[in-house]
Design a protein around this ligand. Structure first.
Ligand code: XMP
Length: 317
């Protein structure tokens, strides 16, 4: 009979035994999974857990600073690393979704590797891999069957000779949240929607520039804040905005405009493997659309994605 309390007790005991006095390095993403994995490891080995939180320049607006603060409040031994410019440089001119994922994954591994070398005698790499990540990765069988190369699963470079410890490997997302709650973790972190490792990088269709990131951060911020203010955030499983590589004609006063289009996406789901588009109230969508078009320079049209998964995926890339 599975309970979060029992899971925490048995996992912490098992981690203590497995890790002893060893040092563990863990990459925090700001998401539920890596944060809960870190907290379990922190309970087991305390200061021997070294957390690294990388700013890839593709996070949500102000997210790096605010999440780093919450981690410090949780007592985690965490180092924030701003590597935005390295990511933007590697991404320059890339438009293919898988090429973008690979570039982001590569820079992440490079930055992470550099940082992990600063932690002497580290023996383990902690990861927040959960059960659905394990199955989706196993189902990737070759070029024709490639779904997505989730950069946070497997694919470690040879020179990273750390053993992997993944305390959440058997859990679904809702169980991870329950485990976090039983450790009294910050609800802002626990109730967070899932966010892909490549971040806004796969929500900007086509090539990525710092300017496009800023536009999408503003749009996303208005949408997500709106959901929170209207009590809708916790009713959807995941939400975000996509910046489309097309321009559309509009009017502003007497002027004809020719500017960017954004698509809003919100879904209900249990585990992300299948999903339905969220039936958000029209009045809400209208308000958010007006705010986006009025406040975000460079955007003149907002559309709402009404596709379910399958066949559409949650992300557009
Ligand atoms: P899709 O788009 O495949 O997304 O329906 C399912 C869930 O996975 C997330 N996702 C990713 N997460 N690296 C990640 O860490 C990725 O490359 C990636 N692609 C999609 C997506 O946000 C959703 O929660």
């Amino acid at each position: 009979n599975w309970t979060p309390d029992a899971f925490v007790d048995s996992t912490v005991a098992q981690l203590k035994e497995q890790l002893g006095e060893d040092r563990v390095i863990l990459g925090l993403s700001g998401g539920v999974d890596s944060s809960v994995a870190a907290m379990l490891l922190h309970k087991a080995i305390g200061e021997n857990l070294y957390c690294i939180f990388v700013d890839n320049g593709l996070l949500r607006k102000d997210e790096f600073e605010s999440v780093l603060d919450s981690y410090k409040h949780m007592g985690l031994n965490v180092k924030g690393v701003n590597a935005s410019s390295k990511f933007y440089a590697e991404l320059e001119g890339l438009t293919d979704p898988e090429a973008k994922r690979k570039a982001i994954g590569k820079v992440f591994v490079d930055v992470f590797d550099e940082e992990s070398k600063l932690v002497e005698n580290a023996k383990w790499l902690g990861q927040g891999t959960i059960y659905p990540d394990v199955i989706e990765s196993v189902s990737v069988k070759g070029p024709s069957a490639t779904i997505k190369s989730h950069h946070n699963v497997g694919g470690l470079p040879d020179y990273m000779t750390l053993k992997v410890v993944e305390p959440l490997r058997t859990l679904f997302k809702d169980e991870v949240r329950r485990v976090g709650r039983s450790m009294n973790m910050d609800p802002n972190i626990l109730n967070r929607h899932p966010f892909p490792g490549p971040g806004l990088g796969i929500r900007i269709l086509g090539d990525i520039t710092a300017d496009k990131v800023r536009i999408l951060q503003e749009v996303d911020h208005i949408f997500i804040n709106g959901l929170k203010e209207h009590g809708l955030y916790e009713q959807v499983w995941q939400a975000g905005a996509m910046l489309l590589p097309v321009q559309s004609v509009g009017v502003m006063g007497d002027e004809r405009t020719y500017e960017k289009v954004v698509a809003l996406r919100a879904v209900t789901s249990v585990d992300g493997m299948t999903a339905d588009w969220a039936h958000l109230p029209y009045e809400f969508l209208q308000e958010v659309s007006n705010q986006i078009i009025n406040r975000v320079k460079g955007v003149n049209r907002v559309v709402y994605d009404i596709s379910s998964k399958p066949p559409a995926t949650i992300e557009w890339e």
